[in-house]
Ligand binder design. Structure first.
Ligand code: SF4
Length: 681
C-alpha cells in the first residue's frame, strides 16, 4: 500500500511543503503539496529529488569508536557511556568552557532546543553555535539593532504585493527558487525589479535596472541610493518623524559622500544608482530582498543596517509588499536561532547575560544555576581548539571541514582536540577526524518542526524508520544527558513534548503546539498566545524595539582586497542543484548529474590575459591554500572578480576564503578574498 506523508522540504529556507510517497517502508518519491502557502503545488529540482538520499547505502547505521586510528563498530551503550565519561572528565579537569557544541540548521527545532539545553544545563557552558554564524549572524545582529527583531519582516506570499523589488546579494532563482517565482509573479503584475550583484544572475533577465556592483561595496551603494533619495526629497518624512530615531546622524554621514565617489567605489554608473534610488523610493510598496551577498562580510552587520536604513528612509516597513527580507539559507536556520543554538541567547533571543531571564530558564529547567558568560562563536571555537583552550567538541549535523573559511586551519584545530564526537547521517570530512561517530536519523525518519525564512513554523513528519540503529538527534542527546546525571531534565518521550516545553519558555512561540500547526499554513511568530493566528508582517504599528533606529554607516573596504600577488577578488556561493556541503545532494543522482564538479567563473577578458580557455584546468591560490578546478569562461561575472561554488570537497572553495570576522556578528568574510589563478594544476 502507498501512503503520502505531508512534510517540509529539507533543503532551503523557503520551507516548501511536500508529500513523501512511501511504499513497503521506503520513500519512493516526492510530490508537491498543492495546498501549501509557499510552494502552491510546485517544487524546485532539489525538492522533487529530496527523497533520493534517504536510503543511500552510505548512511551511518551503527555507532563507531576510533581505536588505533581505525573505526570499529560499537553498541549505543558503549559509545554513549564513553562520550559521557570523557565529557564529565574534561569538564571536571579543565572546566565547562573547555567543551563546546555545534548544533545544526538542518536539524529540527526540537533537536536544537535539546542541544542548547544540554550545553547549558549539563555541560555548564554557553559554548554553542551553528552555521547561522556563517550565513545570517549579521542579519540577527543588524536587524535587531535597527528594528528590535532579527528576522524577515514580511512574508513570502506578500512579495507579490510589491510594486518594486530590490534584490541585493541574493541569487534567488538558484538558492530559493520557489521564492523567485514570487518575484516573477510580481513582475507580471507590474512590479519594477532592481538587481544589484557582481554576477549577472538569472533575475537580471527581468530586471528594470541591473547594478553590477563590485563585491563588498554594499554600504557604499546603499548610501549612494539614500543620498539621491534625500537630495531629491523622496524620503518618507512622516514615517521618519513618527516611527524612527537617529535620522540626523544618518544625514551627517550622507553629507560626507558624493555620488561620483560612490560610483567609483562600487563600479556602478552614478546615473544607474540614481535611477534605482528613484524607482525604489517612488514605489508605493517596495520590498528589499537580500541574502548572503549582504551578510558574509567583515562589514556584514553594517550592510544589514544599511538595508534597514534604506527601508526606513522610504517608509517601506510594517505593511504588505514591503520590508527588509533576508532569505535564510538552510531549511531550519531560522529555527536553530529561535531555539537558542547561539552562544549569547536562550530560545526566543533571551539574553544569557540577563540575570532575570537566566533565573527564569533555570527555574523552568529545574537547575540551580546556568552559565552567565557569553559562549564562543563557531570561528572562535576553532581558534580556541587550535590554541588548546578548547578540549572537546560535540558536532551535530555540521561539517566545518567544508563550510568554514580557511579549512586547513579548521583541520589543525579539530585534530588538536582531545575528544571529538560527531553525530550525522552520512560519513563526512569531519566524521573522519572524530573519536566517536553517532548515527542519526534524517528528516524523513522523525517528527518535529522547522521554521522557515518567513518565521513560519511547520511540521516535519516521520515517514519511515531510520536505517540500522540510527536514532533521532534529540533522542541521542537526551540519552547522553541521562548518562551525565540529568535524566530528569531530559525525560522527553516524543518530539511533541520537547516542542511543548520550548513553546512554554519562548515568548515568540507561546501560542504554538503540534495541534495548532496541523494546518498547512503553519504559524508565523510572534504567536504569543493560544488561538493567535501568527504574524505575517512585523512592525506594523511600532517596531519590536519601539522606534526604528537609523545607524549611520560609513563604507569600509573588505579585510583582504586584490593586490599584485593575489590580483583577483574571489566570491563564493551555491549552484541550484547542490546544497551546502553536498552530503545529501551529492548522494542524489539527479542532483549530482546537474552540477557534478566544481568550477571557477572567469570573465573572458581575464581569461584572455591569463591564457586560459573554457573548460581548462586551473589552480587557484590564496594566502591560505590552493585548489584545482575547471575554468568556466563567462561574461556573467565582472572583470577582476571570480566565483567558485563551495559544495565540492575535492576543490573546496573554503580552503581559499578569509576567516576575518565582522566585529559585531563574528561572521567570516566568505564573500571576498584575494586569489591568484594560473593555468594547469
Ligand atoms: Fe525545497 Fe527550497 Fe526548492 Fe522549496 S525552493 S523545494 S524549500 S529547496
Amino acid at each position: 500500500m502507498v501512503k503520502f506523508v505531508p512534510t517540509t522540504c529539507p533543503y532551503c529556507g523557503a520551507g516548501c511543503g511536500m508529500l513523501l510517497v512511501v511504499k513497503d517502508g521506503s520513500v519512493i518519491d516526492t510530490q508537491p503539496w498543492s495546498r501549501h502557502p509557499i510552494s502552491r503545488g510546485e517544487l524546485c529540482i532539489k525538492g522533487w529529488n529530496a527523497h533520493q538520499f534517504i536510503h543511500h547505502r552510505d548512511r551511518l547505521q551503527k555507532p563507531q569508536i576510533k581505536e588505533n586510528n581505525r573505526f570499529r563498530e560499537a553498541t549505543w551503550e558503549e559509545a554513549l557511556q564513553l562520550v559521557a565519561n570523557r565529557f564529565k572528565q574534561i569538564k571536571k579537569e579543565m572546566g565547562p568552557d573547555s567543551l563546546a557544541v555545534l548544533a545544526s540548521a538542518k536539524g529540527t527545532n526540537e533537536e536544537n532546543y535539546v542541544a542548547q539545553k544540554f550545553t547549558r544545563a549539563v555541560l555548564g557552558t554557553n559554548n554553542i553555535d551553528h552555521c547561522a554564524r556563517l550565513c545570517h549572524a549579521s542579519t540577527v545582529a543588524g536587524l535587531a539593532q535597527a528594528f528590535g527583531s532579527g528576522a524577515m519582516t514580511n512574508s513570502v506570499p506578500d512579495i507579490e504585493e510589491a510594486n518594486c523589488i530590490f534584490i541585493i546579494g541574493s541569487n534567488t532563482s538558484s538558492q530559493h527558487p520557489l521564492i523567485a517565482t514570487r518575484i516573477w509573479a510580481a513582475k507580471e503584475k507590474g512590479a519594477r525589479i532592481i538587481v544589484a550583484d557582481p554576477r549577472k544572475i538569472q533575475l537580471c533577465e527581468i530586471a528594470d535596472i541591473y547594478l553590477p556592483m563590485k563585491s563588498g561595496t554594499d554600504v557604499a551603494l546603499l548610501n549612494g541610493m539614500m543620498k539621491v533619495i534625500i537630495d531629491q526629497g523622496l524620503e518618507d518624512k512622516e514615517f521618519i518623524k513618527e516611527r524612527t530615531e537617529g535620522f540626523d546622524e544618518l544625514l551627517k554621514i550622507l553629507e560626507q559622500v558624493s555620488l561620483a565617489e560612490i560610483a567609483e567605489i562600487t563600479q556602478v554608473p552614478a546615473e544607474d544608482i540614481e535611477k534605482a534610488a528613484r524607482i525604489y523610493a517612488q514605489a508605493e510598496r517596495a520590498s528589499l530582498i537580500y541574502s548572503m551577498g549582504i551578510t558574509q562580510h567583515t562589514t556584514g552587520t553594517d550592510n544589514v543596517m544599511s538595508t534597514a536604513n534604506l527601508a526606513m528612509l522610504t517608509g517601506n516597513l510594517g505593511k504588505p509588499g514591503t520590508g527588509v527580507n533576508p532569505l535564510r539559507g538552510q531549511n531550519n536556520v531560522q529555527g536553530a536561532c529561535d531555539m537558542g543554538s547561539l552562544p549569547n541567547v536562550f530560545s526566543g533571543y533571551q539574553a544569557v547575560i540577563n540575570d532575570e531571564l537566566r533565573a527564569k530558564m533555570a527555574k523552568a529547567w529545574g537547575v540551580a544555576e546556568l552559565p552567565a558568560k557569553v559562549g564562543l562563536t563557531l570561528i572562535e571555537m576553532m581558534n580556541a581548539a587550535a590554541s588548546g583552550e578548547l578540549k572537546a567538541m560535540y558536532i551535530i549535523g555540521e561539517n566545518p571541514l567544508l563550510s568554514d573559511p580557511d579549512i586547513n586551519h579548521v583541520r589543525q584545530a579539530l585534530e588538536k582536540l582531545d575528544f571529538l564526537v560527531v553525530q550525522d547521517i552520512f560519513p563526512t570530512e569531519v566524521t573522519a577526524v572524530a573519536d566517536v561517530i553517532l548515527p542519526a536519523a534524517c528528516w524523513a525518519e522523525q517528527d518535529g518542526t522547522f521554521t522557515n525564512t518567513d518565521r513560519r513554523v511547520q511540521r516535519v513528519r516521520k515517514a519511515v524508520d531510520p536505517p540500522g540503529e540510527a536514532r533521532p538527534d534529540w533522542q541521542i542527546t537526551c540519552q547522553l544527558a541521562g548518562l551525565m546525571g540529568a535524566s530528569d531534565l531530559f525525560a522527553f518521550t516524543s518530539a511533541e513534548e520537547i516542542f511543548a516545553e520550548a513553546c512554554q519558555v519562548t515568548p515568540l512561540y507561546h501560542g504554538m503546539s503540534y495541534k495548532a500547526l496541523e494546518q498547512p499554513d503553519g504559524l508565523q511568530w510572534p504567536c504569543p498566545s493560544e488561538g493567535h493566528p501568527g504574524t505575517t508582517v512585523l512592525h506594523q504599528q511600532q517596531f519590536s524595539r519601539g522606534k526604528g533606529k537609523f545607524h549611520p554607516v560609513a563604507y569600509r573596504e573588505p579585510a583582504e582586497v586584490p593586490d599584485k600577488s593575489y590580483p583577483y577578488l574571489l566570491t563564493t556561493g551555491r549552484v541550484i542543484s547542490q546544497w551546502h556541503t553536498g552530503s545529501m545532494t551529492r548522494r542524489s543522482p539527479a542532483l549530482e548529474s546537474e552540477f557534478p564538479e566544481a568550477f571557477i567563473e572567469i570573465n573572458p577578458g581575464d581569461a584572455r590575459e591569463l591564457g586560459i580557455k573554457d573548460s581548462e584546468q586551473v589552480e587557484v591560490s590564496s594566502r591560505r591554500g590552493k585548489i584545482q578546478l575547471k575554468a568556466l569562461v563567462t561574461d556573467k561575472i565582472k572583470q577582476g572578480i571570480v566565483f567558485i561554488p563551495f559544495h565540492y570537497a575535492e576543490s573546496a572553495a573554503n580552503v581559499l576564503t578569509n576567516p576575518a570576522l565582522d566585529p559585531v556578528a563574528k561572521i567570516p568574510e566568505l564573500k571576498v578574498c584575494a586569489v591568484k589563478i594560473q593555468k594547469g594544476g
